[in-house]
Design a protein around this ligand. Structure first.
Ligand code: DAU
Length: 349
C-alpha cells in the first residue's frame, strides 16, 4: 500500500511512519509536512535513507499539491494539526486553518480519487467527563477549548463527507499521548526537561485534573489497525485505562528523575481547563483486536528515559530558537511570577 502521511514529521505521525516502514515491506510512505514549529525533520532522521520513504515539504491546505499526492496514494492518514490547547487559547486562527480547512481539502481529494482516509482526532472533542463515566463513540461532541472545537469541526466534515459523498473516511479519538519526540510544550516533556534544568514545574490549578496516559507506539499501532481493518464512516476511541491526576504523574516523574518535589509550582489555571477525560475504548479492542501493550509505569518511565538519553533532541528546541522561548515567556512568565517562582533555577544534582 502507498500511504500519504500528512503531519508525518510530528510526534505521533513520525512514529506511525516508522511503524509502517518497519512492519510492511511492501508499503511505501509519502510524508507531507509543513514543518511549522512542531514538525521537525529530526523526527524522521532514521528513515531518511529508506527508498520507500519520500518527504514532501508542503501544506495540507494547498489543494493542488494535495490532489497530486492523493492521486498517487492508496490511502491518507492525517496527523497534520495544530495540537496545543494553550496556544489555541492565545490565538485560535491557525487551528481553524489546519484542523478544519486542511481536513476539508484532504477529504475533497479523497472523494475525487476514491481513497480511504483516516482522520486522527482526540478525546478532547467530548469535553469534560464527569467522574465515573467513560466517553463512547456515539456520545455528543461538546468541545470546550478552541483546539477541541477545531478538531470537532474537522470531524464533522469527515462525517458529512461520508454521508453525502460516500467518502471512505474513519476517525480515531486518542487519549493523552506521551513518548519520544513530543514537542516540549506538552506537560510531560516540558516537566521532564524543566526538572533536568532545575526549573520549576508549573502545575495548573490544583493539579487534580485527570487524563488517560497512552504511549505513542501504542497509539500509532491503533491507528494502523483502523487504517487496515476499520469500517468506513466509523469512529474508534483509543485509550489505555491509565487514568491519573496530573499531580500524581508529576510526583512519579520527579521521583523517577530523583529530583525534589520543591520544583513543583502551583500556578494560575488554564482557562476552561477540562477536569477529566476518560474513554471507553472497547470498540477498537472488540472489533479490531487492538490493546495497548504498556502499563502506566512503562508508558511514563520509558518516556522520561528517552528525554534523559536524547538531550540533543530537546535542547535544540529549547535553546536553539526563539519560537520556544517566546511562547514559554508568554505562557508562563506571569504565571510563575504570580506563584512567586519567576527567574528561578535550582541546582538539583
Ligand atoms: O487528550 C488528548 C490531547 O492531549 C490531545 O488532543 C492534545 O493535542 C494534547 O496536547 C493533549 O492535550 P492536553 O491539554 O491534555 O495536554 P497538555 O500536555 O497540554 O496537558 C496535560 C495536562 O497537564 C492538562 O490537564 C494540563 C496540565 N498542564 C499542562 C501544561 C502544559 C499543567 O498543569 N501545566 C502545564 O504547564
Amino acid at each position: 500500500m502507498k500511504i500519504l502521511v500528512t503531519g508525518g514529521a510530528g510526534f505521533i505521525g513520525s512514529m506511525f511512519v516508522r511503524l509502517v516502514l518497519d512492519r510492511y515491506s511492501d508499503d511505501s510512505v509519502t510524508t507531507l509536512d509543513l514543518l511549522t514549529y512542531a514538525g521537525n525533520p529530526a523526527n524522521l532522521l532514521d528513515v531518511q535513507g529508506d527508498p520507500r520513504h519520500r518527504f514532501v515539504h508542503g501544506d495540507i491546505a494547498d489543494a493542488a499539491l494535495v490532489d497530486e499526492l492523493v492521486a498517487e496514494s492508496d490511502a491518507i492518514v492525517n496527523f497534520a494539526a495544530e495540537t496545543h490547547v494553550d496556544r489555541s487559547l492565545l490565538d485560535p486562527s491557525a487551528f481553524i486553518r489546519s484542523n478544519v480547512h486542511g481536513v476539508y481539502v484532504l477529504l475533497d481529494a479523497a472523494r475525487r480519487h476514491g481513497r480511504r482516509m483516516v482522520q486522527v482526532s482526540t478525546d478532547e472533542v467530548y469535553g469534560d467527563i464527569p467522574e465515573g463515566s467513560f466517553s463512547k463513540e456515539v456520545d455528543a461532541l461538546l468541545p470546550r477549548s478552541p483546539y477541541a472545537a477545531a478538531k470537532a469541526g474537522g470531524e464533522l466534515f469527515c462525517r458529512s463527507s461520508f454521508v453525502s459523498f460516500n467518502v471512505d473516511v474513519l476517525i480515531t479519538r486518542g487519549a493523552n499521548t506521551i513518548g519520544p519526540r513530543q514537542y516540549p510544550e506538552k506537560v510531560v516533556p516540558l516537566f521532564v526537561t524543566n526538572a533536568l534544568r532545575g526549573e520549576p514545574l508549573p502545575v495548573y490549578g490544583d493539579g487534580l485534573q485527570v487524563r488517560d496516559w497512552l504511549h505513542v507506539e501504542d497509539h500509532a499501532a491503533a491507528i494502523n489497525r483502523v487504517l487496515r481493518g476499520g469500517r468506513a464512516g466509523e469512529i474508534y476511541n483509543i485509550g489505555a485505562d491509565n487514568e491519573r491526576p496530573n499531580i500524581e504523574v508529576v510526583r512519579a516523574l520527579l521521583a523517577h528523575l530523583d529530583r525534589p518535589e520543591s520544583l513543583i509550582a502551583f500556578v494560575p489555571d488554564r482557562p476552561g481547563h477540562d477536569r477529566r477525560y476518560a474513554l471507553d475504548w472497547r470498540k477498537i479492542r472488540d472489533e479490531l483486536g487492538w490493546e495497548p501493550r504498556r502499563s502506566f509505569d512503562r508508558t511514563l518511565f520509558d518516556t522520561i528515559d528517552w528525554y534523559v538519553t536524547n538531550d540533543d533532541w530537546w535542547r535544540a528546541i529549547r535553546d536553539g530558537s526563539d519560537t520556544f522561548s517566546n511562547y514559554y515567556q508568554r505562557q508562563y512568565g506571569w504565571r510563575l511570577a504570580a506563584a512567586g517562582r519567576d527567574g528561578e533555577t535550582v541546582t538539583t544534582s
